[in-house]
Design a protein around this ligand. Structure first.
Ligand code: PEP
Ligand code: MN
Length: 336
């Protein structure tokens, strides 16, 4: 449930209520908005309801949260979550572009891609050092060596780095180098990893599982928020359908559906959704028009030589052209 407090409630009043909630064994998540403070309460409903909550002068009303997910829901927090990483902002009205190669291959490739990303207007740089591959014989990524290359690309360009953490045992090393920790589609329901990502402080980019419903995706985010990390970016990356012409099917309707259901920022990854370079720009525009907070796309200085996902990677000039088109559409829609 959510306890909505009256305007002008002091920190002391909030502290008192939180202490009482703890006494009955409930978790209290305080969220201070511009006008209102609310306390999200998670615990034994019966015990909490026995407290004379409405008798506290600071309490305006008590509202049950009907959804199975609580902390990620709009009922818990109506104001959009804005995540700041270096100079980049995700959420809160702007449209943020994350770009970079599928995987880190060598220092030259990464640094060249990072410069191209920055020059065309990307706000963050992506690249995988630990790759989830369908075949154990495919390139698996450079591991920590790759992370160090990403960090050098950040030092040269100033772009914060997003990279995937594939295994719970790697959280610490990935968090040492990266600015945003990505959970891939295949790990969306790795609940122990989600929990541990909730303990650390770096923002998490949580991809939707390819066979997961929106509700399951929200529950996965809830695992992270529950442990204290409130900085989660949701990423729609396509779901499995009967269609074979594209790698997956981009569920564009998930964007407004999630915006209605949650305060967390939502971005779209049309590269993995389609697997087809020519479809990336049109779907980035669809994402912008549907109200997404940004996109993540794969780019490569030489897609033909890419060790992973070459056919869906934009060339540097293709990426520049797409960014120009997105800027025009953003201006038309009154977005930044
Ligand atoms: C990726 O972004 O590098 C990736 C592997 O994507 P997904 O987990 O969506 O397949
Ligand atoms: Mn890829």
């Amino acid at each position: 449930m959510v306890i909505v407090l009256r305007e002008g409630t002091t920190d002391r009043d909030v502290g008192e209520l939180v202490a009482r909630l703890h006494e009955v064994g409930a978790e209290a998540h305080v969220s201070r908005g511009e006008f209102r403070t609310v306390i999200g309460v998670i615990g034994d409903r019966e015990r909490v309801m026995q407290m004379p909550l409405e008798a506290y002068p600071a309490v305006e009303k008590v509202v049950p949260i009907m959804k199975p997910y609580k902390l990620v829901s709009r009922e818990f927090k109506d104001e959009p979550t804005v995540i700041t990483v270096g100079d980049a902002r995700i959420g809160g009205g702007g449209f943020t572009v994350i770009a970079g190669p599928c995987s880190v291959e060598n220092e030259e490739q990464v640094v060249e891609a990072a410069h191209a990303a920055r020059e065309a207007g990307a706000a963050l740089f992506r690249g995988g050092a630990y790759k989830p591959r369908t075949s154990p014989y495919s390139f698996q990524g450079l591991g920590e060596e790759g992370l160090a290359m990403l960090a050098r690309a950040r030092d040269e360009t100033g772009l914060p780095v997003v990279t995937e953490v594939l295994d719970v045992r790697d959280i610490e090393v990935v968090a040492r180098y990266a600015d945003v920790l990505q959970v891939g589609a295949r790990n969306m329901q790795n609940f122990l990893m989600l929990r541990d990502l909730g303990y650390q402080e770096k923002p998490v980019l949580l991809k939707r599982g390819m066979s997961s419903t929106v509700e399951e995706w929200m529950m996965a985010a809830e695992y992270i928020l529950k442990e204290g990390n409130k900085n989660v970016i949701l990423c729609e990356r396509g779901i499995r359908t009967f269609e074979t012409g594209t790698r997956n099917t981009l569920d564009i309707s998930a964007v407004p559906a999630v915006k209605n259901a949650s305060h967390l920022p939502v971005i779209v990854d049309p590269s993995h959704a389609t697997g087809v370079r020519e479809l990336v720009a049109p779907l980035c525009k669809a994402a912008l028009a549907a109200g997404a907070d940004g996109v993540m796309v794969e780019i490569h200085p030489n897609p033909r030589e890419a060790l992973c996902d070459g056919p869906q990677s934009l060339t540097v000039s293709g990426f520049r052209a797409m960014m120009d088109e997105l800027a025009e559409l953003a201006a038309f829609l009154g977005r930044e």
